[in-house]
Design a protein around this ligand. Structure first.
Ligand code: SAM
Length: 421
């Protein structure tokens, strides 16, 4: 029997959403199984975009659905899920309504197709449904981030992020930015319009750059150059894979030990080193039990975290992560910090970073380090940061997606730095 073209892509988008809502998986993990039957890269990208835009605008899309149904459809009802992806396509991806209907209603075979048709047709009438400029965040997220900060962050979530590259040779920043049609916000950084196909960009195979959000590039920048008159100094990248910060440190002349507990992610790190021709010593180990053979002049702890700061590119975190996941991350981060503190040479520098917007993993952890770890604060200075970012009064850095929004925004990070007396 002939199938409607595009139906399998919509089924795959529903599978992605099911993995996020029912199993709490990240979209990235869910893709392995959910997209396995989708053959072409554009179709996989479309399934991903439908699921991502649904998650990004979920609160607003649900409010639209609820505004025209007499009885509230249960959150997990299939008809609500199908309407969500239909509206995400019509209102965010500019898919023509007739194509949305043709690929949406068959998903409800034997179910309330008339209801879905009626709701969708009402909502897509010209002028009826207008999404706000910025997505409305789920109430639980607003409660965690506090109203004022959530309001500042939301405009940065309206679109997927642009594409940031980190250059191996910071001396090439201006010429590469111009040649690639991008802009630069800091030495070694080039920003390209969203949607660029990474592997087809100039010099991908040559390994002259790697993909890294500008906020993610700041922690390694704060360790400075890794070589002095007596040679390369030793740095430990404690949670290193897939290796964005390891490559920055290696390019800055550090002799890097790149440790991570994940075999799969460490393989990605090795592939990245191979492609870029940068050198580091990968170690697969659990940092909570590993013992180093020597001490380090610098340690970067890019700690495992809830990753809510990556919500622009991974809107699933807005719905997967709740207050209950934060304490176990805080405990793991403290375990890693306590061990790393022992491994620093006197005068050695430690940078702690998380791509999280949760104060418990950022500001509160920094306060805990200052009270418990015997380290001296080494405040971050404004002239070490991309223009437009400023340190907090404590000398820490807090970024969020609503910052630098006129230049395309950035991920949410917390970063702080100390020196061992
Ligand atoms: C935020 S990611 C690191 C990203 C990486 N620094 C980069 O820039 O590409 C955190 C990493 O911590 C690793 N990790 C989690 N628990 C760990 C542990 N106990 N020991 C070592 N690595 C761990 C995870 O496998 C993950 O790769």
């Amino acid at each position: 029997m002939p199938t409607t073209p595009g139906l399998s892509v919509r089924r795959a988008a529903l599978r992605l959403l099911d993995a996020v809502f029912r199993r709490g998986e990240t979209l990235e993990i869910a893709e392995g199984a959910a997209l396995s039957s989708i053959r072409t890269a554009p179709d996989r990208a479309l399934a991903r975009a439908i699921a991502s835009e649904t998650l990004r605008w979920l609160t607003d899309i649900d409010a639209l659905i609820d505004s025209v149904t007499k009885q509230r459809l249960p959150d997990d009802a299939k008809v609500r899920m199908v309407l969500r992806i239909m509206l995400a396509q019509a209102l965010r991806l500019d898919t023509p309504p007739h194509a949305v209907i043709a690929t949406g209603l068959p998903l409800l075979a034997g179910g309330p197709r008339r209801l879905a048709h009626g709701v969708f047709s009402t909502l897509v009438k010209p002028g009826v449904s207008v999404l706000p400029d910025a997505p409305t965040l789920p109430p639980a997220v607003v409660a965690r981030w506090a109203e004022e900060r959530a309001t500042a962050i939301a405009p940065g979530l309206a679109f997927p992020p642009e594409l940031d590259l980190a250059l191996k040779d910071t001396g090439e920043t201006e010429t590469r930015a111009v040649a690639m049609g991008g802009i630069t916000l800091a030495p070694g950084h080039v920003r390209l319009p969203r949607g660029a196909a990474v592997e087809s960009l100039a010099d991908f195979k040559a390994g002259d750059w790697w993909v890294q959000d500008i906020a993610a590039s700041i922690p390694a920048r704060l360790l400075g150059e890794g070589a002095n008159d007596s040679g390369a100094k030793n740095a430990l990248d404690l949670c290193a894979a897939p290796g964005g910060k390891t490559m920055q440190l290696a390019a800055a002349g550090w002799n890097v030990t790149a440790l991570d507990s994940s075999k799969r992610r460490l393989e990605l790190l090795k592939d990245n080193l191979k492609r870029t021709g940068l050198k580091a010593s990968p170690v697969r180990a659990d940092a909570l039990v590993w013992e180093p053979k020597h001490r380090f002049d610098a340690i970067l702890i890019d700690a495992p975290c809830t990753a809510t700061g990556t919500c622009r590119r991974h809107p699933d975190v807005l719905h997967r992560i709740g207050a209950r996941q934060i304490p176990e991350m805080v405990e793991l981060q403290r375990g890693l910090i306590a061990r790393a503190t022992e491994w620093l040479n006197p005068g050695g520098v430690m940078v702690y970073a998380v791509c999280s917007l949760e104060a418990e993993e950022g500001e509160s952890q920094a306060a805990w380090i200052e009270a418990n770890c015997g380290l001296t604060p080494m405040p971050i200075m404004a002239d070490e940061l991309p223009a437009g970012l400023t340190p907090t009064p404590e000398g820490w850095l807090r970024t969020h997606p609503g910052m630098l929004v006129d230049h395309g925004g950035l991920d949410g990070f917390f970063v702080a730095r100390w020196v061992k007396p």
